[in-house]
Design a protein around this ligand. Structure first.
Ligand code: ADP
Ligand code: MG
Length: 349
């Protein structure tokens, strides 16, 4: 009934040039500083590719893989032992959660407040009604959506230390920021293991440690939302996260011929369609900017630019539905447009 897209394009929001060229079997080790060790993993419903340089790389990759598996166990919406599943099925009672889950939920509450609900992890019942959890896609009716939206006020989530509660009938999922937290953790593990040059891609989330072994910057490619198998632009970064939310990452085509994607606008319960088709955020925190890339996508264009003006502590590339690219001044020297779309700097005022 619905056309599903290929798994490759479904998981890629941004690509690492260095990684994609050499994604072989995971786990090869290296004893020189210039040859990387790599690991390819499928976890959190997405393909992950980790690459580290130097003699400690193999051990760091083992530890990172273990950590990803622990986080997946805590954060899965479908695994009955996860923190999130227990919160979602607690019937209004409070639940004790891991430190990871508490950190993620506190960050979600903070960014929800700051973006006035553009980020809202309490939208899970709506995300689920569209079939994004199971892959059994459908278009809910307006009545069904307005009924579901009654139980999605983000103020309902309470996190006190490691105790979490939700009103009865509410459900959360951390899909908007879990991968960002995970990439922060993976990069930290690499650092603690003595690796000083690494780059990881968790679906559309790229995060780097240090620089390339030769001291040059990493080149991260951002996909063209209108042609997701093609790169749109390159951004050169040092130790940063480059995180994309796009309408092409997970979607289905309805019987009406329209595309419906996985990022939901809490105002009407429908896929957010406010002028942006892709938002990439570049900054020094995976969790913060994963949360923000989703929120800015929901805000759309030009509202996301107004939000950026109010902070200016991160960089951004936004692609609009009329095929234009806007980017912040902070990356002007390291941004290359390789698409046929016009690109311009977002004015500060
Ligand atoms: P991806 O996971 O594809 O990288 P995002 O980081 O933008 O993309 O997160 C999208 C996921 O977040 C959805 O799959 C869904 O689980 C959840 N979600 C959808 N809409 C919202 C929203 N407005 N606020 C918070 N979470 C959302
Ligand atoms: Mg996100």
């Amino acid at each position: 009934m619905f056309r599903k897209r290929s798994i490759r394009t479904a998981i890629c929001g941004a690509a690492m040039l260095m990684l994609l060229s050499s994604c072989g079997g995971g786990g090869e080790s290296s004893d020189t500083d210039s040859a990387p060790s790599g690991r390819d993993i499928f976890a959190m419903d997405t393909f992950m590719s980790l690459k580290a340089y130097g003699s400690n790389a193999g051990e760091a990759l083992d530890k990172a893989e273990e950590r990803i598996s622990v986080l997946e166990g805590e954060l899965s919406v479908t695994n009955e032992n996860s923190d999130i599943w227990r919160i979602d099925h607690a019937g209004g009672n409070s639940v004790q959660v891991s430190e990871d889950t508490a950190i993620i939920l506190r960050k979600a509450a903070e960014v929800s407040e700051d973006t006035e609900g553009a980020l809202n992890i309490c939208l899970y019942p709506v995300v689920s009604a569209w079939g994004f959890t199971t892959g059994e896609y459908r278009i809910p009716t307006k009545d069904e959506l307005s009924e579901l939206l009654k139980n999605t006020d983000y103020h309902g989530l309470s996190v006190e230390g490691s105790t979490v509660s939700l009103p009865e009938g509410y459900q959360i999922d951390t899909g908007a920021l879990a991968k960002g937290y995970t990439s922060d953790e993976v990069i930290e593990i690499m650092r603690e293991s003595g690796v000083d040059s690494a780059i990881v891609s968790l679906g559309g989330n790229v995060q780097a440690l240090g620089t390339k072994p030769d001291g040059s910057l990493w080149k991260v490619a951002v996909r063209d939302p209108f042609s997701p198998d093609t790169d749109m632009c390159l951004v050169e970064v040092g130790e940063k996260a480059v995180i994309t939310s796009g309408n092409y990452e997970r979607y289905f085509t309805g019987e009406d011929g329209k595309n419906y994607w996985h990022i939901i606008d809490g105002d009407d319960g429908c896929p957010a369609d406010n002028g942006a088709v892709s938002v990439t955020v570049i900054g020094d925190s995976g969790i913060e900017y994963d949360a923000l890339s989703t929120a800015l996508f929901v805000m759309g264009y030009p509202a996301a630019c107004d939000y950026w003006r109010s902070r200016q502590d991160f960089d951004m590339v936004i692609v609009t539905d009329d095929q234009r690219i806007y980017y912040t001044e902070g990356i002007a020297d390291v941004f290359s447009n390789i698409s046929s779309m016009p690109a311009e700097v977002i004015p500060v005022a």
